[in-house]
Design a protein around this ligand. Structure first.
Ligand code: NAD
Length: 425
């Protein structure tokens, strides 16, 4: 799906600070020593490169590329590459740390990393994007590696970019190294089930949470913000399991139908309409797209960008359950308001970990030289996601904390214990 520039967000809070605030609370609950706290707080590696690219008009333009490895304690770093006009180091650092906790929550043997290139792919030709991906890969040739740091797609990038990355990395090593990157096209060693994996994990954790909250999926309603990879798959799979999706949205606006939106139709419409829901007729357009978040629904799935649930709107949210498809959609300050209202939030590091789980399966298959069926991929990832939900839920009961802090507790505990076993200098 092509990248679509995010709308400006009012009162945007700092995503790194939001992440650190939760980390701090969980570390305190866990009684983490100050030494280990400091180890886990600081990124292991941060690389910033300048990428001079010859544009189609013959002029050279310099782009900034970032890669942050937050931790490689559990294994090689894992994390996507974001192509966006406003990507910055703080955001990449936050997303890299999120990846550490996310991999630890679902118990896969990876650390956390993240990359970004400040560019607007919407305004670039395929050739320009290809040259940018190849230049970024070469600049990061000593950073990336199947046993060191394994990138993947994120906002603004997809299988096409991952194929170029794999090709460039392979050329530099004189052999095909398909395990250096995940989210590749199927023919290049991509995994079946990867495209829908994140949305599928959102569905699995949403159903697990609904069971705890005693919400019957067949009587439940849902609103989904963002209709890209994560949002549209989550909407489709939740609809398949009985929920009525009353509202969906993308950069063009939010669309509401009290009788439920036919998600398959909405996806077909988007795909035939340059990737957007603009002028979608299966629902009424809301005057303000942000109103989607405040609708009277059982389940709310923010699956677009960070910091959309803030102190400005948290008290107006009516959903009983929030399942975070996007990374960091809820600001730290909004957490307290949601908790007071008794709203359960399945946090990003758990809810959207289905993607990294199947990325891990892709890497495993590449290393095995063997391909699993979609059925095997889905079955194994569903089990991992359900187990992870149960662990986090148990921790939330044990430590008497909301699910978000419980997820951090599970993750930090795992990384801290591993660090202690491995030892420092
Ligand atoms: P995408 O580019 O495929 O889709 C993003 C969607 O959000 C688009 O429909 C876009 O129009 C919409 N959007 C952008 N700004 C919006 C706004 N202000 N209001 C409403 N809609 C808006 O991206 P994606 O891969 O679906 O990723 C979405 C989020 O999920 C990101 O936070 C990403 O980091 C996170 N995530 C993605 C994956 C994955 O596997 N793709 C995995 C984990 C987390």
């Amino acid at each position: 799906m092509a990248y679509i520039e995010p709308a400006p967000i009012k009162d945007k809070e700092n995503p790194l600070e939001s992440m650190m605030e939760r980390f701090h609370i969980a570390a305190e609950k866990l009684g983490l020593s100050e030494e280990v706290y400091n180890v886990l707080k600081n990124p292991a590696k941060q690389v910033i490169v300048s990428l001079p690219i010859t544009m189609d008009n013959g002029k050279i333009k310099v782009f900034e590329g970032i890669r942050v490895i937050h931790s490689n304690i559990l294994g090689p770093a894992k994390g996507g590459i974001r192509f966006a006009p406003d990507v910055h180091l703080d955001e990449v650092r936050a997303l890299a740390a999120w990846m550490t906790w996310k991999c630890a929550v679902v118990d896969i043997p990876y650390g956390g990393g993240k990359g970004g290139v400040r560019c607007n792919p919407r305004e670039m030709s395929a050739g320009e994007i290809e040259r940018l991906v190849r230049a970024y890969t070469l600049a990061m040739i000593d950073v990336f590696g199947p046993d060191k740091d394994i990138p993947a797609p994120d906002m603004g990038t997809g299988p096409r970019e991952m194929a170029w990355l794999m090709d460039e990395y392979s050329k530099a090593h004189g052999m095909t190294v398909n395990a250096v990157v995940t989210g590749k096209p199927l023919v290049l060693g991509g995994s079946l089930g990867r495209t829908e994996a994140t949305g599928r994990g959102v569905m699995v954790t949403a159903l697990a949470a609904m069971q705890k909250l005693k919400i019957n999926p067949f009587q439940a309603t849902c609103a989904v913000q963002g209709f890209g990879n994560v949002g549209s798959w989550a909407a489709l799979l939740l609809e398949e399991r009985g929920l009525r999706i009353l509202a969906i949205s993308d950069i063009s606006g939010a669309y509401f139908n009290p009788n439920g939106i036919n998600i398959q139709e909405a996806i077909a419409y988007r795909d035939s309409n340059k990737g957007t829901l603009e002028n979608f007729t299966g629902a009424e357009k809301l005057a303000d797209a942000m109103d989607l978040l405040e609708l009277e629904v059982d389940v709310l799935v923010p699956a677009a960008v960070e910091d959309v649930i803030t102190i400005a709107n948290a008290d107006k949210i009516k959903a009983k359950l929030i399942v975070e498809g996007a990374n960091g959609p809820t600001s730290a300050k909004a957490d307290a308001i949601l908790n007071d209202k008794g709203i359960m939030a399945v946090p990003d590091i758990l809810a959207n970990a289905g993607g990294v789980t199947v990325s891990y399966f892709e890497w495993v298959q590449n290393r095995l030289g063997y391909k699993w069926t979609a059925e095997r991929v889905n079955r194994r990832s569903d089990r991992i996601m359900k187990d992870a939900f149960d662990h986090v839920y148990e921790a939330s009961v044990k430590y008497k904390v909301p699910m978000r802090i419980a997820a951090y507790i599970v993750a930090i505990d795992k990384v801290a214990k591993t660090y202690t076993f491995r030892g420092g200098f």
